[in-house]
Design a protein around this ligand. Structure first.
Ligand SMILES: [Zn+2]
Length: 333
């Protein structure tokens, strides 16, 4: 009796443990955005705090990401390059890059990191290259997350800033949203734009690399907040007591800016008076368009709504799998 051939399980080359690991055919391990990177080549897509290790380290990244990471942690992050890794502007925040990794066997892997295809302010949108294997972020990988047209939203925010007579406290991530909020407050002719030290350190690094100035004045515990002022604070300070006291004493309006603002819960969770869905990520429809442009044979989704996005992509005819962290083998599926 002839033995039945057992279907060959595909070689699993992409895994999600501490960061995304891509095993190349020659045994080289490329590790992207890990807390404790242990690859022969380590990639850092951008300088948001959840993506790189404590302590001095070396990574393939943009010059601006190396500077931002260095000033944000006050610890050197050294930049290197590797001929197998091509960095492409990811449109997420200043300095952010996607990584196009070419295996010696010719397979092209595209790791997006956090990504946004909409041009915004001083950022170009991500222009997706073609690839065989796509590892895509899925922060907003559910159909409910569709953002308004960027130009219309920016104008709505600017108008609100111009027409609000009270002082305003604007909350956004120190790298990314905070810079756009400063530009909008300037465009709205607020009397003063003030920012915390964490935001101003990021401003300085971006101004060194890009043709943009933010001109925010320092804000400290002895600074009075008066009518006409716009104070930009990191998102993380939204529910801190002194911020609440400051808002109470000065009558300031607290505004939150995030893609999560498309849902009402964001406003209540952050205790904001007003919110706007200003985001540095792709929305659901933009993620689908990104996938279509890359036209991959295989897709891995990660972060946020990874399972939902994989389900929608599978229904659309793609070979898509959601990556779960610390999963050691995709053969488990
Ligand atoms: Zn990010």
């Amino acid at each position: 009796m002839a033995l039945l051939a057992w279907p060959q399980r595909p070689v699993m080359t992409v895994t999600y443990r501490d960061g995304i690991r891509i095993e190349l055919s020659d045994g080289t391990r490329i590790v992207c955005d890990a807390d404790s990177p242990d690859g022969e080549v380590n990639v850092l897509s951008h300088a948001h705090g959840d993506h790189w290790p404590e302590g001095e380290t070396t990574a393939v990244c943009s010059p601006l990401t190396a500077d931002l990471a260095t000033v944000r942690r006050d610890t050197p992050l050294h930049r290197t390059t590797d001929e197998r890794v091509e960095l492409c502007p990811a449109g997420h925040v200043a300095g952010s890059r996607s990584a196009l990794v070419t295996d010696p066997d010719g397979t092209r892997y595209l790791y997006t990191g956090d990504v946004c295809t909409r041009p915004r302010f001083y950022l170009d949108g991500f222009d997706p290259p073609s690839a065989d294997v796509l590892i895509v972020e899925a922060t907003y990988g559910e159909p409910d997350y569709v953002f308004p047209d960027h130009a219309a939203l920016a104008e709505e925010i600017r108008t609100w800033l111009a027409e609000t007579t009270e002082p305003v406290i604007l909350f956004g991530y120190a790298l990314g949203r905070a810079q756009k909020l400063q530009l909008l407050a300037r465009a709205a002719d607020r009397d003063r734009v003030l920012a915390s030290d964490a935001v101003r350190r990021v401003n300085d690094a971006i101004e060194t690399h890009r043709d943009v100035t933010f001109d925010a004045e320092p804000f400290g515990s002895d600074t009075d907040l008066t009518t006409g002022d716009a104070l930009v604070l990191p998102m993380t300070s939204g529910r801190i007591d002194w911020v609440d006291r400051l808002a109470g004493e000065t009558g300031a309006i607290k505004a939150g800016f995030s893609g999560w603002a498309v849902q009402a819960a964001f406003k209540f969770r952050g205790d904001y008076d007003v919110t706007f869905p200003l985001s540095d990520h792709c929305d659901f429809e933009e993620l689908l368009s990104l996938v279509e442009a890359v036209d991959p044979d295989r897709i891995y989704t990660q972060h946020g709504s990874a399972a939902s996005l994989a389900t929608h992509l599978t229904a659309a005819g793609y070979d898509a799998t959601a990556l779960r962290q610390h999963q050691t083998s995709l053969g488990d599926f």
